[in-house]
Design a protein around this ligand. Structure first.
Ligand code: SF4
Ligand code: SF4
Ligand code: SF4
Length: 294
């Protein structure tokens, strides 16, 4: 913690970054995102198993706000990013939303984060994405902290549920998602927390023509959730933030993870893993698999 705070302070004092996006402690088992622009405030920064938020979301959405606050137009930001959140940073760079040279990545050797705030971090309270995590070390970083530790043992219910849904008939699958999407209240929290949902004007906000019904009607709910899943396919990095933020517990990661599995199987592509690789949806190869949705 001490090293993290000293590093952040030095970055701000030397003017190497205009702001440090990180976590601050709210209570013993809860943190919240914080954007630090004053070196004196860096003593609020923490990193632990309760740093659930994916802060990459602020690299696009908070950029304008920080730019106004600091009057700095050539903004360079430092972001505290778990190794899986680094995938989101990489995906944003791949999609030309940010430039690598404008982002200072502070990362950690990570053994997992809690599923829910307020409860002990253990095999019973571990985020599903951590159970089969393949990148406990960040693939890209400018500064790394933390010791390697063992991840608590747990089983991945989400993977079991994906397999269960795969075994369903088309009709059963339709009914399953219809029932889930019926619960949607169109709060758009899933969109707000997603680093890859960065469009300044989302299709669902357009009224002339209106592509997607804005009321939480079954037809509009279906359109919204399916359109979002397609817009994220081959792009979602699997951070799980959309599902965590959903107030009615729609298992959004079942769709997103299924799409990611398909992208990997069909195109050997995993989003946010390589700065040298073009995006899946932004590249074309004559040998591409035509049977993606079969
Ligand atoms: S998925 Fe991996 S990198 Fe991300 S929080 Fe879990 S253990 Fe850490
Ligand atoms: S769709 Fe969900 S899991 Fe995928 S990047 Fe966005 S917030 Fe993360
Ligand atoms: S967070 Fe959940 S309830 Fe809100 S719009 Fe997204 S899917 Fe619907």
């Amino acid at each position: 913690m001490k090293e993290l705070r000293e590093h952040a302070k030095e970055l701000l004092e030397k003017g190497e970054v205009s702001a440090v996006i990180g976590y601050s402690q709210v209570s013993e088992k809860r943190t919240k995102p914080i954007i630090v622009t004053d070196p004196q405030d860096t003593d609020q920064l923490v990193f632990n198993e309760y740093c659930l938020n994916n802060l990459a979301v602020y690299l696009t959405k908070a950029r304008i706000k920080v730019s106004c606050r600091t009057k700095d137009k050539t903004l360079k930001l430092a972001v505290t990013a778990k190794p899986c959140d680094v995938h989101s940073v990489v995906a944003l760079i791949q999609e030309n939303q940010i430039h690598r040279e404008d982002i200072h990545i502070i990362s950690f050797n990570c053994h997992g984060v809690a599923k829910d705030f307020g409860f002990e971090f253990s095999g019973d309270n571990i985020a599903s994405k951590c159970i089969n995590c393949e990148t406990h070390k960040p693939l890209y970083f400018d500064k790394i902290f933390g010791e390697e530790k063992e991840t608590p043992k747990a089983s991945d219910d989400a993977m079991e549920r994906i397999q269960e849904i795969e075994r369903m008939s088309h009709q059963e699958r339709f009914e399953f998602f219809k029932n889930e999407f019926d619960k949607c209240i169109k709060c758009y929290a899933c969109r707000a927390v997603c680093p890859l949902c960065y469009c300044q004007r989302c299709i669902t906000d357009k009224t002339i023509p209106r592509w997607i019904e804005s009321s939480s009607h079954m037809r509009g709910n279906f359109a919204w959730n399916i359109v979002r899943a397609f817009h994220l396919s081959g792009r979602c990095t699997g951070c799980g933030e959309c599902e965590r933020a959903c107030p009615v517990d729609i298992p959004l990661s079942l769709l997103n993870r299924r799409m990611a599995i398909k992208a990997k199987k069909s195109f050997s592509y995993v989003s946010g893993r390589s700065l040298e690789t073009p995006t899946l949806v932004g590249s074309f190869n004559e040998k591409d698999n035509d049977e993606l949705f079969m």
